[in-house]
Design a protein around this ligand. Structure first.
Ligand SMILES: Cc1ncc(COP(=O)(O)O)c(C=O)c1O
Length: 286
């Protein structure tokens, strides 16, 4: 599958070096799984983009155009990844102050799926990152382009046996992984950080929470301190590409891989949520 991209609808166009997305991280992005030629959870991704634009004071994204472009690029691929960028566009030389009439830049691009070891869907080992997420309620939940905290956190380890690093808030409670959301099961409660002052409100997390009731689970939105992990029956990580990875250890402390993770994985596979899931034998991976 060839990579492809559209910048403001044009295949040959490039992004200006003065684009505020590049200069200041002044914009939003979405990473969308393509399965069977269709972008998955598209409406949920667009809901988050719309809400992010509202929070940052960006003009409303052109949803019909993005739908057309995203679906056209996906149609040519059985599986893969779509990225959507939506920035405040080229600045007008006034520094940080946003232009009075911004002309946003939109980029829709298609990429190969990353190669991920199949065992990850049977359970992953995680570490606790040293760098913490700062508290910023004005940006919490938004998938903005500023990802330096995640870049620093992901630089902390090279060991491929460690699949993900969990990031803590200033009080020491788990917020999420560097590129995933974190959820845990305790009895009939599905516990996940509230994301009120840090973190990205993941599209796959939203899907998982929406299914909770059907699985007999009650949702609790609250921080989870690492010391509480031994009390958890299960824990897992989610994002739009992987679907879900059960967590089997955090910083060397074991957590069982249990039935709730497996039931969610089976539902994700049934619904073809990502091309990384869904082989009939229950095996997964690219
Ligand atoms: C920091 C961070 N948190 C959470 C997520 C999960 O979001 P989603 O489920 O929308 O892919 C991501 C996805 O890349 C992320 O980068």
């Amino acid at each position: 599958m060839a990579e492809a991209r559209l910048v403001n609808g044009r295949a040959e166009a490039a992004i200006a070096p003065e684009d505020r997305g590049l200069a200041y991280g002044d914009g939003l992005f979405e990473t969308v799984a393509i399965a069977d030629g269709r972008p998955r959870l598209w409406d949920e991704h667009m809901d988050r983009l719309l809400e992010g634009a509202r929070r940052l004071g960006l003009p409303e994204p052109p949803l019909a155009t993005l739908h057309e472009e995203g679906h056209a690029l996906a149609r040519e691929a059985s599986g893969g990844v779509l990225k959507v960028y939506y920035t405040r566009g080229v600045g007008d030389g006034r520094g940080y102050r946003p232009p009075d009439r911004p002309e946003p830049t939109r980029v829709v691009s298609r990429h190969e799926l990353p190669a991920i070891p199949r065992e990850r869907w049977e359970g992953v080992d995680c570490r606790l990152c040293r760098i913490r997420l700062s508290a910023q309620p004005a940006l919490a939940g938004v998938k903005h382009i500023n990802r330096l905290e995640q870049v620093l956190a992901r630089s902390e380890w090279q060991d491929p046996a460690v699949a993900e690093g969990l990031m803590l808030d200033p009080e020491g409670a788990i917020v999420e992984g560097t590129a995933t959301n974190f959820l845990a099961v305790r009895g009939r409660a599905l516990v996940t950080p509230a994301l009120a002052s840090a973190g990205v409100a993941g599209v796959m997390r939203r899907w998982v929470l929406a299914q909770a009731e059907a699985l007999g689970l009650r949702v609790e939105r609250r921080g989870i301190h690492p010391e509480e992990l031994p009390e958890m029956d299960e824990a897992f990580l989610t994002n739009s590409l992987i679907g879900l990875w059960p967590v089997r250890s955090v910083a060397g402390h074991q957590i069982p891989v249990g039935p709730i993770s497996r039931r969610y994985l089976a539902r994700m596979a049934e619904q073809r949520l990502t091309p990384l899931l869904g082989q009939a034998d229950g095996g997964h991976g690219p």
